[in-house]
Design a protein around this ligand. Structure first.
Ligand code: PDD
Length: 276
């Protein structure tokens, strides 16, 4: 149905408590990217909030196909959202069916201007809860953290907890130090990004030296390169941090290589060999 016609009860627990989880799945040439992995992470999030999955993976796949078919554009970003349903306001779990909502928006790749110049980021203290591995719809902390970047004319806030890099407000973060790509290890303190996994796989398969290990705040500040990844932004270079250039202030060699590998991967797996 048209998005303006879709409505939910004001008693929905998503509205009242932020009691739900979500996924964002990129679609290229009308085919969902890494669907199995996204549905696996959805199950992890549902398990994390003790909510039964309303559909099997085949049913999700059919629903996603229908939403994609009903929307325009070859490349889309499918959003799906499950809450604990509609019930009288009480913190305890109700025995009601969940609410499921899905929508699709056009997926626009980062512009060539952004890829050539990179984006600015700021750092902030990661003051979120300690189940950041759950893709929860309770995004107020992420919203407040992201706004710090917006207010500073930057596009992402890079989060530091107890002296270590966790992730971005809506992305995963990699740095390059001594020519080595460094990725913080997955834990309850960050979202296990699907794009993060793709980048590490590409690095492993193409002799890009990388290490998955804790990254200190100082290493972020002295990084040769900073990269951010997400389903909607793919792989992007961060070229300014807290208003200072990151190394030369231009996208670095590791970004250029990994971005090219990512585009090739997309082309071979999603578009039958045509690099867009
Ligand atoms: N966000 N970390 C956080 C906190 C995120 O919100 C996201 C993505 C990621 C990257 O995960 P992935 O590569 O699977 O997209 C990491 C989505 C795009 C969003 O909320 O719109």
């Amino acid at each position: 149905m048209p998005i303006e016609k879709a409505c939910i009860s004001v008693l929905d627990r998503g509205f009242i408590f932020g009691d739900g989880v979500y996924e964002v799945i990129p679609v290229y040439s009308r085919r969902p990217f890494r669907l199995v992995e996204h549905l696996h992470r959805l199950q992890h999030s549902l398990d994390g909030i003790r909510l039964e999955n309303p559909y099997t993976n085949d049913e999700w796949s059919d629903l996603i196909e229908q939403v994609v078919a009903k929307n325009e554009g070859e490349d889309q970003s499918v959003y799906l959202h499950i809450t604990r349903g509609v019930a009288k306001r009480d913190h305890a779990f109700p025995k009601v069916p969940p609410t499921v909502f899905m929508m699709s928006n056009p997926l626009l790749p980062p512009s060539s201007e952004l890829l050539e110049n990179g984006v600015a980021a700021v750092t902030a203290s990661d003051n979120r809860w300690v189940r950041c591995d759950i893709k929860s719809i309770s995004l107020l902390p992420n919203v407040l953290l992201r706004q710090i970047a917006v207010d500073a004319d930057a596009s992402e806030t890079i989060l530091i907890r107890d002296g270590y890099l966790t992730e971005g407000s809506a992305s995963n973060i990699f740095i390059v130090k001594d020519q080595v790509l460094l990725a913080p290890p997955k834990s309850h303190l960050m979202l296990p990004g699907i794009t993060y996994d793709v980048v590490l796989e590409l690095a492993a398969n193409n002799n890009v030296i990388y290490e998955v290990r804790d990254v200190t705040e100082d290493e972020v500040f002295s990084a040769e390169e900073i990269l951010l990844t997400s389903s909607t932004r793919e792989v992007m270079p961060v070229t300014r941090l807290n208003n200072k250039p990151v190394d030369t202030g231009k996208p670095g060699a590791k970004f250029i290589h990994l971005h090219q590998l990512y585009q090739q991967y997309k082309a071979t797996h999603m578009r039958g060999g045509v690099v867009s």
